[in-house]
Write a new protein. Structure first.
Lengths: 348, 656
């Protein structure tokens, strides 16, 4: 999958390793190494570090607010001198681990009580507030959705989710008018009617759809994408990498990528099903779902089914932080796969 | 244990819940996956065609190539207006990054003067973002190359090789041919064709260029180029050549036209020459004029200001729009009317230097004694015509004037003509609401009073008298034009008048110096001096201020025996007919003996300090210097020049 990303980025740079494809491959290999190291670590290790990691990342988010570098209109990066990381990305796996750990610790009988809910809300409140301050709505939604999925899987009463969905339906319009930044509002309105403003805010979506649409079934051929090579497609190597790919490889390429992701998720959920401990079950399913959110939101955005939010496509998009998040998720999933745990472990 | 047991049971329930809910999530994920695949298939298969089109229109940029304009050629096929290869530089405002710096760099590379820079800055602020702003045209290869190699540092600068309109004879054809220019915002509003805003595309703005715009225009070519989102051209895909406009052949003899223009020299005037067989206009020139080349390249403000402020009105075509009292040049025409009314040409009238009509005395310019019709023409005796006109009444004369083409508007492809007035009893009633009086007859009989004609009409009058045919003035060349119908005038009368006109030049006449320096060709003509102000200011000769001087006129034809060419020369404020007939003589000479005529012209131009363009350049330089001076004084950079009285005063102050 990452190799395909390499090939696509190779083309996006006009048939050259620089500036994207080479780095992409190196990063992938580095993070793959990291994932393999992660996979050697036992479940207990992950259990133990779940909360400390969560707290560390919250502190890092705080750090971003205090001294983050200004980038792209919002503060997201934390410069650690030798490396720049995006703590909000790290929050995605961290929240999964923390919530999974919480429900692991929670006695089974209390799952349908108030006690199962308020700690979840507190766990969510800090990172969400900090990420929203950046402001980064896309990541916030992913974080919340990841945590909710874990909670859902943990067995919180179904009516809470139905009620929650209803509440969101009511709050969303209010939030749109009162809580969203102007540029976010514009993205939403543009999404609803992209052709209104084809040269302005709707440009991303229009050009992306043109790229995908003009690709047809078999695509224009490798290195022949005009939308991406002539700079019509914005962010053709990051968020809109799928459009770059689809233009050159057509529907076939798109289906291949979708199939790849399908296999990945099936494996991820399979790991969760096979896992013997509650923590590993919840963590595996939660991590899989996190990756799924990346893919789903990105593809929906690229195809004009969702507003433009800056969420990259795992494995294909060029970008270090998201690659790291994905590979952390994969690494932990591999660790759980390797050590499904003994049922007795819960009692030990 | 019971708690633990309960926990185990709950744990089992939880495990069940987990797998059930995990299945739901898995199902949802598959659902979304299918939705995405479906959506993608829909975009890429069902709407493929539409998006492919959009992608193409993104990628491919159609650039229009301005067509070459049709040539204007003279009767012998010589170019009057053609196209020359032109290296030009334009600016595309919305692609520029640092406007000031770019303009400054261009100014340095192309050595533009301050006036040009000001114009570019002004146009840049006014132009809509897609409309190109011309920086310079007619560049030489070195300068063009200098800009081209620096293109990467100069975004928004567009150097192009194209064609620009060129008028080889410059100012000589200015009024007649007009000029071309960039389409105005109004033109574009009327006809929003993208070719109109393509750099280098010009439309006819005046004269024949405007009248025959459709014919001369041609069809633009097109170039399909692949461009990036930022407008950078990647490569050329294909191109369709332009279809040049059709050429237009005029009746002019451009050599004669140029000669006439040059021969007018520093005077303000007009020369019209017609072919007496066809009515073809061989020359219709009005000087001073403007150089249509400067106009077509986008004239500078100073140059335009100079043309506008000049009291010799170079912007007005005097041949068609200059109205002058024809003066004595209509006397042959009046003679024809007298002959038709039965006046015996041998009947004499005594000229004591004028005629009393009612309580006013009308002067003749001299005391001619006893004159018959021939002598009255040769000597231009006013008294004879006063008296005879009073006898036959003015309406008979006005009728003849109209038959000979005066007061008429001709069917010519020109933007406008001023066709003047042939006054008569009806006209004066309509126009001035009074009865025609005897003094009107007297005034009008010598081409004064209300009588007004343009120089072309005078030439048509001469040509009709010379040929005896109802010639129509023609500007568009046609082979084998059918002969014009004969005039309803007795041939004997015509030949009498032609003889009288020959007498003017070749006999004891007023224009003996107009005799052609050719052995076998004789010129017949009639002088005219048209008063500008009342005689009480004195005769408007050379000794009064320019604008009070009389107009000098001359109509003529040659050869006398079998007329081939007719001409009219009008010199505005020339101080009398003596300013006009030497010009007519030399222009006529040119038709028969170019070398001899040129020799004379070159000698004359030496005394005028150069050719037309040299004089115009000098005039522009002087005008510019004067404007600079005025500006400097206005800004207080240098003290104003002192009048003489003041000069002494201030000198005294300095002394103290």
């Amino acid at each position: 999958m990452a190799s395909f990303g390499f090939v696509v980025l190779y083309s996006a740079a006009g048939g050259s390793l620089t500036p994207w494809a080479g780095l992409h491959m190196i990063r992938f290999l580095v993070f793959l190494g990291m994932a393999i190291v992660f996979s050697r670590l036992k479940e207990n290790f992950w259990k133990t570090i779940a909360f400390p990691v969560y707290i560390t990342v919250v502190i890092m988010l705080l750090g971003v607010e205090l001294m983050g570098a200004v980038r792209g209109g919002s503060q997201r990066w934390l410069s650690l001198g030798f490396i720049r990381i995006q703590p909000s990305e790290l929050m995605k796996p961290a929240i999964i681990l923390a919530v999974a750990r919480f429900y692991d610790l929670l006695p089974a009988g209390q799952i349908r009580t108030w006690g199962a809910i308020w700690p979840l809300l507190i766990l969510l409140a800090f990172p969400c507030a900090l990420i929203l301050l950046q402001p980064d709505l896309g990541t916030t939604i992913t974080v919340v959705a990841g945590a909710m999925t874990v909670a859902f899987l943990a067995g919180l009463p179904m009516r809470l989710f139905i009620g929650g969905a209803a509440a969101v339906a009511v709050i969303a319009p209010l939030a749109f008018f009162f809580a969203l930044e102007e540029y976010q509002q514009r993205r939403v309105t543009t999404f609803l009617n992209p052709e209104n403003d084809p040269l302005g805010a709707g440009y991303h979506i229009s050009q992306s759809k043109i790229a995908i649409g003009s690709g047809g079934i078999f695509g224009k051929g490798f290195l022949n994408g005009t939308q991406s090579h002539l700079d019509y497609l914005p962010e053709g190597h990051t968020d809109f990498v799928f459009a770059t790919m689809a233009e050159e490889w057509g529907l076939m390429g798109g289906v291949a990528v979708l199939t790849g992701f399908f296999l990945l998720f099936r494996w991820g959920l399979g790991v969760a099903m096979k896992a013997k401990t509650r923590f590993s079950q919840l963590a595996a399913a939660g991590l899989t779902t996190t990756i799924f959110f990346y893919v789903a939101i990105n593809l929906m955005m690229v195809m004009g089914l969702a507003p433009v939010v800056g969420i990259p496509l795992p494995f294909l998009s060029h970008g270090g932080s998201s690659m790291m998040t994905i590979m952390i998720c994969i690494g932990i999933l591999m660790a759980i796969d390797r050590h499904p745990g003994r049922r007795s472990g819960t009692f030990g | 244990m019971s708690i633990s047991g309960g926990k185990t049971i709950s744990g089992a329930v939880q495990a069940l819940t987990f797998s059930r809910r995990a299945t739901i999530i898995g199902g949802l994920q598959v659902g979304i996956g299918v939705l995405l695949a479906g959506r993608m298939a829909y975009i890429s298969v069902a709407e493929n065609e539409r998006y492919q089109l959009l992608s193409e229109s993104n990628r491919v940029n159609l650039t229009l190539v301005p067509p070459r304009r049709g040539w204007l050629i003279d009767r012998n096929g010589k170019p009057i207006a053609n196209n020359k290869t032109d290296f030009r530089v334009d600016l595309i405002p919305d692609r520029m990054r640092d406007k000031e710096k770019t303009v400054a760099t261009l100014a340095q590379l192309l050595s533009l003067d301050q006036e040009e820079i000001d114009r570019i800055d002004k146009e840049l602020t006014q132009a809509s973002s897609f409309q190109p702003v011309q920086v310079a045209t007619g560049l030489d290869w070195e300068k063009f190359a200098a800009v081209s190699v620096r293109l990467p540092d100069l975004p928004g600068v567009s150097p192009r090789q194209g064609f620009s309109r060129f008028y080889p004879t410059g100012a000589a054809v200015g009024h007649l041919v007009g000029y071309v220019g960039i389409a105005s915002a109004e033109d574009y509003k009327e006809n929003p064709d993208p070719i109109l805003v393509t750099p280098g595309y010009k439309i006819g703005k005046d004269g024949l260029e405007k009248t025959f715009e459709d014919r001369l225009q041609g069809k633009p070519g097109a170039k399909r180029v692949e461009v990036t989102a930022r407008g950078k051209i990647v490569r050329e895909l294909d191109s369709r050549p332009d279809v040049p406009g059709k050429a237009l052949q005029l009746t002019l003899d451009v050599d004669l036209q140029e000669y006439a223009a040059r021969r007018l020299g520093p005077e303000s005037g007009s020369v019209v020459v017609m072919d007496c067989e066809t009515g073809d206009i061989l020359t219709m020139t009005s000087m001073p004029s403007f150089d249509p080349n400067s106009f077509s390249d986008g004239i500078g403000q100073t140059e335009y200001g100079m043309l506008r402020d000049d009291d010799h009105v170079p912007l007005r075509d005097k041949s068609l729009k200059g109205l002058f009292p024809p003066g004595s040049t209509i006397k042959p025409m009046v003679s024809l009317a007298l002959l038709r009314a039965g006046i015996d040409p041998e009947e004499t009238v005594s000229c004591p230097g004028g005629l009393r009509v009612g309580n006013r005395f009308f002067n003749c310019h001299s005391t001619h004694g006893s004159v018959n019709m021939k002598r009255a023409n040769a000597q231009s005796c006013d008294t004879y015509f006063y008296k005879m006109a009073l006898r036959i009444g003015y309406d008979a004369i006005a009728l003849m004037a109209r038959e000979l083409g005066l007061g008429a508007k001709y069917d010519l492809p020109v933007a406008s003509q001023s066709y003047g007035t042939v006054p008569d009893t009806q006209w004066i009633k309509k126009r001035h609401d009074r009865e025609w009086a005897n003094f009107d007859t007297v005034n009008s009989a010598i081409g004064q009073g209300y009588f007004l004609s343009n120089p072309l009409q005078l030439c048509v009058m001469a040509a009709r008298m010379a040929s005896g045919r109802k010639l129509e003035a023609k500007l568009l060349f046609e082979q084998d034009r059918p002969a014009a119908t004969p005039l309803d005038i007795s041939p004997e009368h015509l030949s009498y008048v032609r003889e009288a006109m020959s007498e003017v030049v070749n006999g004891a006449g007023t224009a003996r110096r107009a005799r052609l320096p050719l052995e076998d060709i004789k010129l017949g003509g009639k002088t005219g001096t048209a008063q500008v102000v009342s005689l009480k200011y004195g005769r408007g000769g050379r000794d009064v201020p320019w604008k009070f001087r009389d107009h000098g006129l001359f109509v003529c034809f040659a050869p006398v025996e079998n007329p081939r060419y007719a001409a009219s020369v009008v010199i505005q404020h020339g101080g009398g007919s003596s300013s006009a007939y030497p010009v007519a003589r030399d222009v006529m000479t040119f038709l028969y003996d170019r070398e001899q005529a040129m020799e004379k012209l070159i000698a004359l131009e030496e005394s005028w300090n150069g050719t037309i363009s040299e004089r115009m350049d000098r005039q522009l330089a002087a005008y510019r210097a004067q404007k600079e001076l005025e500006k400097a004084i206005a800004e207080g950079r240098i003290p104003p020049p002192q009048t003489e009285a003041n000069g002494e005063g201030s000198a005294a102050e300095v002394g103290q």
